[in-house]
Write a protein that binds this ligand. Structure first.
Ligand code: GLC
Length: 581
């Protein structure tokens, strides 16, 4: 059991070979399982570790969505809520959309300044859209005239200077490239349209010839002209394995050390990309949550739904505590400026990192599946406790059983915090006031591999109302959100049921859903068995992103999770239940 606990805690890396599955009837064409890794040529784990090393150390990066869509900035007629999808959302003709490029003249663009903003935020890499779904290349291209030099008022390469500025300031840089969707170059894929189709005559054509004449040549241009560190694919419509393979091969040939995400299709790539969410129990293998600061990726002039700086700092910590990287987005204006609201927030995160960076960079997932008061990261035998909610009684409880060598505030290593341990866990005596109201870091050194109290549902009996032959119930409690349970196709009342063995005090739970794209909604409902029979406890609707909930302490032995899915049989990747520390 100890060994299994450590595996859970470390989130050890595995390299399952994954195959894309064709989704029956889905107009998106392909359902891509994005929870694993694969490479064209076999690579030893050591070679892979060496290739991934800088990225695993970096933890925090800047995503930049920039293009012609920054000109309309979300405004089209009466409609005012779109960013980079404005063309698709309004079904604007390519001819009309291309008119905006004539106004795209980012005279205030200052690549050194952008790099400085990222550096000041404590970021170690950036990823910029070299071509989004609108097909507009921000680099000169022989493969299509729909590029910044030939089609825009600006008329010069935007990306070369940024790559140079990044590398000269010791920042890694990657390009996002929409390889499949392209709404302007003929034959490009379009969400909700059949392969080869589109809303405008000029879009209709062969997807394979689009790949041959636009996408592949442009990928080659990128790989030969820019010494980038990452290629970030997106929305792999129609990109089943035979189509993805030649691209994966080209990549290995031209730039064997480049990193890529798992959105190429065909199972190729290095890391998973949970979008706009943090997987509840983390993922095995490498992953990166990408997230917007307001509601849009591309610049939207009216969107003022900003996440606060404390929220973003805690997001970064929570992601690192689960073993992921954080790619935080900005959408610069058509003039070339990163919005002031974004710069302010980035700066706040940077200030926090200046003091607390040691607890983030180069860390791996913390040893605790759940903590009521915050989150924890880890570097070998050092555990960094991030306290978001300072306990009123000054006692910080953690379910840690291994012997503690030292406990201090990260900002004051000279003073030991009184720490007591018994067979059920560890208690740290905190100063009365939180030194940092957003996240105070406590540095705790253990004398051995961290051993933690097993969670309430660990190894407990889990049954399902039904299961599909390939996706068995055991997958929902194996500590690996990459594997999932799925109900039988005809199960109209699907549920999972834990028997905790004896009445047990619990107060939180976490659910991960299968990480597939396109994502789908599920309705979740929790019921507990009481002396009055099955009684509802919680319900939630998800977007295929999983769910985490904390509730008043209850004593329960049997607990059910009912799941309804909009389309097809419901599935759960992981279901964990927690007792208080
Ligand atoms: C998406 C969207 C997109 C955005 C992105 C970021 O799936 O299509 O506009 O670029 O992913 O993850």
């Amino acid at each position: 059991m100890r060994k299994l606990l450590c595996i859970l805690a470390l989130g050890l890396i595995s390299y399952p070979q994954l195959k894309a599955k064709t989704a029956s009837g889905a107009d998106e064409g392909v359902t891509v399982d994005m929870s694993g890794t694969n490479s064209v040529q076999p690579e030893t784990p050591a070679a892979r570790d060496a290739r991934m090393a800088w990225w695993r150390e970096a933890k925090f990066g800047l995503f930049i969505h920039w293009g012609v869509y920054a000109v309309p900035a979300g405004k089209y007629g009466d409609v005012d809520s779109y960013g980079e999808w404005i063309m698709w959302n309004t079904k604007m003709s390519p001819a009309e959309y291309q008119g905006y490029a004539k106004k795209f003249n980012p005279v205030k663009y200052n690549p050194e300044q952008w790099v400085k903003i990222a550096k000041d935020a404590g970021m170690r890499y950036m990823v910029i859209t070299s071509k989004h779904h609108d097909g507009f290349a921000l680099f000169p291209s022989q493969a299509s005239k729909w590029n910044v030099v030939d089609a825009s008022a600006y008329g010069k390469d935007l990306l070369g200077p940024l790559v140079q500025a990044a590398h000269s300031q010791d920042l890694k840089i990657g390009f996002y490239y929409s390889h499949s969707q392209d709404w302007n170059n003929r034959g490009g894929a379009i969400k909700s349209y059949k392969e080869g189709d589109g809303w405008d005559e000029s879009q209709k054509g062969s997807f394979d010839s689009y790949l041959e004449t636009t996408a592949k040549p442009q990928i080659r241009e990128i790989l030969t002209n820019y010494p980038i560190d990452i290629l970030w694919w997106d929305t792999p419509l129609h990109m089943y394995q035979p189509r993805a393979e030649p691209i994966a091969k080209m990549l290995k040939e031209l730039r064997p050390n480049i990193l890529t995400n798992l959105r190429l299709g065909g199972g190729y790539g290095d890391y998973a990309t949970p979008e706009q969410f943090v997987p509840s129990t983390g993922l095995k293998g490498d992953w990166e949550t990408c997230m917007t600061m307001n509601k849009h990726w591309g610049y939207n002039a009216v969107d003022q739904n900003w996440k606060s700086s404390p929220e973003l700092i805690q997001k970064l910590i929570t992601i690192c505590a689960k073993g992921g990287n954080f790619l935080l987005n900005v959408g610069p204006t058509a003039e070339g400026e990163i919005p002031a609201e974004s710069v302010k927030r980035l700066n706040d995160v940077g200030q926090w990192l200046k003091v607390n960076g040691e607890s983030i960079y180069g860390t791996t997932a913390g040893p605790f599946p759940f903590l009521t008061w915050g989150a924890a990261t880890r570097k070998n035998q050092v555990v960094y406790l991030h306290v978001f909610n300072w306990p009123a009684d000054g006692q910080l409880r953690l379910p840690l059983l291994s012997k503690v060598k030292s406990t201090t505030l990260l900002i004051d290593p000279s003073k030991q915090l009184q720490t007591t341990q018994n067979s059920s866990g560890t208690i740290i005596q905190l100063p009365p006031q939180a030194p940092d109201s957003v996240a105070t870091v406590i540095k705790l050194e253990v004398a051995e591999e961290p051993i933690v109290q097993p969670i309430a549902s660990f190894n407990k009996k889990l049954i399902a109302s039904s299961e599909s032959p390939k996706n068995r119930v055991a997958a929902a409690q194996d500590g690996d959100a990459g594997q999932y349970w799925e109900a039988a196709a005809d199960d109209k009342n699907a549920y999972l049921e834990y028997d905790l063995g004896e009445p047990t005090l619990i107060h939180a739970l976490a659910v991960d859903e299968p990480d597939r794209w396109p994502r789908y909604k599920q309705e979740l409902r929790i019921e507990i068995e009481t002396d009055k029979g099955w009684t509802p406890l919680l319900s939630a609707e998800t977007k295929g992103h999983g769910h985490q909930a904390q509730f008043t302490l209850i004593k329960v032995q049997k607990i059910r999770l009912y799941i309804k899915r909009e389309l097809g049989p419901p599935g759960i990747a992981e279901w964990q239940i927690y007792s208080p520390e």
